[in-house]
Design a protein around this ligand. Sequence first.
Ligand SMILES: N[C@@H](CCC(=O)N[C@@H](CS)C(=O)NCC(=O)O)C(=O)O
Length: 302
Amino acid sequence: MSDDTTPENQPAGYEPPKVWTWDQASGGRFANINRPISGSTQDKELPVGKHPHQLYSLGTPNGVKVTILFEELLEAGIADAEYDAWLINIGEGDQFGSGFVAINPNSKIPALMDHSVDPGIRLFESGSMLIYLAEKFGKFLPTDTAKRAETINWLMWQMGSAPFLGGGFGHFYAYAPFKMEYPINRYAMEVKRQLHVLDTHLADNRYMVGDDYTIADMAIMPWYGAMAKGILYDAAEFLAVHEYEHVNRWAAELLARPGVQRGQMVNRAFGEPSRQLHERHDASDFENNTADKIAERGGERI
Ligand SMILES: N[C@@H](CCC(=O)N[C@@H](CS)C(=O)NCC(=O)O)C(=O)O
């Protein structure tokens, strides 16, 4: 490709047709699961375990936000926050089963049911779950009006910003079938701008809301903290993430928390087997039922 990056010197590329049609062979990591219509593709009930909260998820940054909150609530001694976490394999299309779609019509993990009330309450959108659980248990969402507003500010910032990081930068840098300069440039610039927003704020604040550790930290860390630590998309060098010194300091503090460490393991189906807990039904599962231990027993859970 030419070194000249002015638009008129870029390759001509694609001319959109008058009416878009679905090209099933468009390529890329998610080509075989993405569709332009919503709804279920198969009848499939979801399993229900013994606890009031039933989480159907996967250990991606959006899923991990919620398992971190559950583990932090339990770490804080709130026994009623016990939960079962079931693995939803989005690569296999589990999110299009009828039981899953009944909880989340948008077919994305995470999805949560609270059966402690009758009828049970469904929750979709990770940010909605964080607010619901924080309010239910009176933790990690300050009651002071100004601090509560600031927590929701940063939570909504995360919910609005992360699609640029994941759906934009991550998609074009790591998952698209070939590299394209225009979208990679556009999203790299936006992600660096977002990291700078955080870095500037964290220069003067220990956590996102001053000295209060809140659901805003739990929402932002799995995306931007992981990015600053070079965990996402193998893009640490490309985005020079070491430059965001305050984001790195904040992420290191959060990553050392036992609740965060356990939350990151739940529904994780990739990486080091000893850090993968595909299903979580009990606190003892972290000891007994990680993927390495289950494999050693020939597939048996205890
Ligand atoms: N805004 C949603 C985003 C959820 C989302 O994008 N989930 C992805 C995994 S991180 C997913 O389930 N993708 C499956 C698909 O697109 O079919 C949330 O925060 O809950």
